[in-house]
Design a binder for this molecule. Structure first.
Ligand SMILES: CC(C)(COP(=O)(O)OP(=O)(O)OC[C@H]1O[C@@H](n2cnc3c(N)ncnc32)[C@H](O)[C@@H]1OP(=O)(O)O)[C@@H](O)C(=O)NCCC(=O)NCCS
Length: 196
């Protein structure tokens, strides 16, 4: 189904990928930078790896919508419908396993993978607008709920999601290993879309 956006929202362009990689890493609490660094090795460029990953994700079907008022990307929404079947965690980097286990609890949801706003544009309602856009996509696709996973220490984001109608439904301890970012648990938050 074609995706309709209304300015200041628009679909991702490949030229957005560097800023979107930065935003995606912020939303992950630095997990992604750790993974990109491991993938590129000592002499590689993790941010270039991240840039290319954003383009690959769009090509593989992720929905990526940016907020741009004419001066480039200020905020981003990344998401996709979760499959009806649970996704296997076999062979996956252990860092991702608790997040995948949580998403597997809500098959058929529309999952918000990333919402992030550049620091200089925060507190202006950008993230709230992107949550509304995700909800519109979930309703268009007749999904029963909207879901996301957030770190327990990310109190600002949790407050935003509560204000947008989400509740906390499950949690899993983070797997830290060589990434030691903020937080102890990942929290699954859900917004049922009863009338869908
Ligand atoms: C969490 C995050 C996405 C919020 O983005 P944002 O664009 O600042 O969010 P909003 O502006 O919609 O809402 C934030 C606050 O601004 C307030 N606000 C909204 N519109 C406003 C306006 N026009 N004027 C003043 N304040 C406003 C909201 O009420 C909210 O207040 P609160 O802090 O009391 O809850 C942002 O802090 C961020 O990118 N963090 C790093 C990435 C991250 O952690 N992402 C979430 C991972 S799950």
């Amino acid at each position: 189904m074609p995706i309709a956006t209304i300015p200041p929202l628009r679909l991702f362009h490949p030229e957005d990928a560097t800023t979107v990689a930065r935003l995606n890493d912020m939303a992950s609490g630095g997990v992604l930078f750790n993974i990109w660094t491991k993938a590129t090795g000592e002499d590689g460029d993790p941010w270039e790896q991240g840039r290319l990953q954003q383009i690959d994700q769009v090509n593989s079907g992720w929905v990526v919508i940016v907020l741009d008022q004419g001066n480039g990307v200020e905020a981003v929404l990344m998401g996709q419908p979760h499959t009806k079947e649970p996704v296997s965690t076999e062979g996956v980097d252990p860092i991702w396993v608790p997040l995948m286990e949580l998403e597997n609890l809500v098959p058929g949801s529309w999952c918000i993978n990333v919402i992030a706003t550049l620091p200089e544009y925060r507190g202006k309602g950008h993230a709230a607008m992107l949550v509304k856009q995700a909800e519109a996509l979930a309703r268009d696709g007749r999904h029963a709920s909207l879901a996301l996973v957030v770190a327990d220490e990310n109190v600002g984001a949790i407050r935003l999601y509560h204000n947008c109608g989400f509740s906390q439904v499950a949690r899993r301890p983070m797997v830290k290993g060589d990434w030691d970012g903020p937080g102890g648990d990942w929290i699954l938050m859900l917004k049922p879309l009863q009338d869908n």
